[in-house]
Design a protein around this ligand. Structure first.
Ligand SMILES: Cc1ncc(COP(=O)(O)O)c(C=O)c1O
Length: 415
């Protein structure tokens, strides 16, 4: 705790901005292409458009459609554009504050729908492969759902046999990732969805990180297995506009296969002394800026912009993977096909490599229990730093080999 007291005096705007600038000196310099998560940076012209759109609606509150119809219109457009991209034009859904909220709503909707359809299930279970994002376990915890973890196969995808073996009469929903954050591989979604339909349970695809990459990768000629609402048995899908949709934070989309399913999402309440309260998502007041920024970013880029950014992000990923493979001692984890991957080492302490890269100004994520790996998520702007990365990684590997860096006290952290 800082011990700070409530401000007894006002402070000038100049002083405040100076203080923020001062505090930000300790922050990661994300424009240099050395960050591999948190900010999905592409180009400065886009940043200006997104920022201007954000500021155009920055004071507005998306809680009230009637008061700010501009935001309601933009939200409907964002959901519609995303549904068109993800296999079912016109699919119902909502704009949310981020991937965690979209995943939360998918599980809450599954819980409430299955409670209505199968009231005999008193302790509902959700099947969550080991590579699925923690937001799903967090949501399950909030919602009183039991999480059943399933194994991964040798390619780090959800193991279909393990999923099948885990289904019980209490299972209500199966989760798959497209792709998973730790390994960048897409789970066997068609097979999982067939299993879900056969066993009468719902199936959520977490495409938070891939929803705005895979459709464009496919158009660029990459093999992309079917993963979206066009797959029979998939009942919901999440995709983040604030990741590879390239908008500012506070924008993700959750979509459902049918209106009947979506109907279990909104909250409608009038048992209080105020007026009727109806919201479709978790938050009450919501920043209008995030809505306008997402709408503007998607429209500004359009198909040509997304194709170009995806082409660059995939090329940057290939460059980084080639750099890793060119240095003795490293291997790529699994068979990542898109713009996220993890690498490990059979003869070097990867935690020491992590420390060395951090010292050189890079921000990979150390993940997994030993043997750990280093995670990189690549954006278009990483294409400028491929050779710098190879040079630094080579130098760090040499230092680790000579015992000049220790990774002993380092622990894996997602954030
Ligand atoms: C696959 C996946 N799902 C969900 C999330 C959570 O998204 P957010 O941080 O926007 O809540 C992430 C974040 O990286 C993710 O990669």
């Amino acid at each position: 705790m800082s011990g700070i007291k409530f401000p007894a005096q006002s402070t000038s705007a100049d002083q405040i901005l100076d203080s923020i600038t001062e505090m930000q000196k300790g922050d990661a310099n994300w424009r240099r292409g050395r960050l591999f998560s948190l900010i999905y940076h592409a180009e400065s012209d886009l940043e200006e458009v997104t920022r201007a759109a954000y500021m155009s609606s920055f004071p507005l509150n998306a809680l009230s459609d009637g008061t700010f119809p501009s935001l309601a219109r933009m939200e409907a457009d964002i959901v519609g554009m995303t549904a068109d991209l993800l296999g079912q034009a016109g699919a119902p859904g909502s704009l949310t504050s981020g991937g965690s909220e979209s995943n939360f709503l998918a599980l809450k909707t599954a819980r409430d729908r299955m409670r209505a359809i199968r009231p005999e299930v008193t302790e509902p279970e959700v099947i969550v492969p080991l590579s699925a994002h923690p937001s799903l376990s967090k949501a399950a915890g909030y919602l009183g759902l039991k999480v059943v973890r399933t194994r991964l196969d040798s390619g780090q995808r959800a193991d279909i046999q393990s999923v099948e073996d885990s289904i019980t009469p209490s299972t209500i929903v199966i989760v798959a990732s497209a792709p998973s954050w730790p390994h960048g591989v897409v789970d066997p979604i068609v097979e999982m969805a067939q299993l879900a339909s056969r066993r009468g349970v719902m199936m959520h695809v977490d495409a938070c990180v891939g929803g705005f990459v895979l459709p464009f990768a496919s158009r660029l000629g990459r093999h992309v297995p079917a993963f979206d609402l066009s797959v029979d048995g998939v009942t919901s899908i999440s995709a983040d506009v604030h990741k590879f949709g390239y908008s500012s934070k506070g924008a993700s989309v959750i979509l459902y296969k049918t209106e009947d399913i979506y109907a279990y999402q909104p909250f409608d309440f009038d048992d209080w002394t105020g007026g009727n309260y109806e919201v479709s998502t978790v938050l009450g007041s919501r920043p209008g800026g995030a809505v306008a920024a997402a709408w503007a970013t998607m429209r500004y880029l359009g198909l040509p912009g997304y194709l170009e950014f995806t082409r660059r992000a995939l090329a940057a990923t290939q460059g980084f993977m080639d750099a890793v493979k060119a240095i003795d001692g490293f291997y790529i984890d699994g068979d990542p096909q898109y713009n996220l991957f993890a690498f490990g080492s059979r003869n070097l302490d990867i935690r020491a490599v992590f420390v060395g890269l951090k010292e050189a100004g890079w921000h990979p994520l150390l993940q997994g229990r030993p043997p750990s790996t280093l995670h990189l998520t690549l954006t278009p702007s990483h294409d400028r730093v491929v050779s710098e990365f190879e040079r630094d990684l080579r130098e760090v590997a040499g230092r680790v080999k000579r015992g000049e860096i220790s990774g002993e006290d380092v622990q894996a952290h997602y954030n």
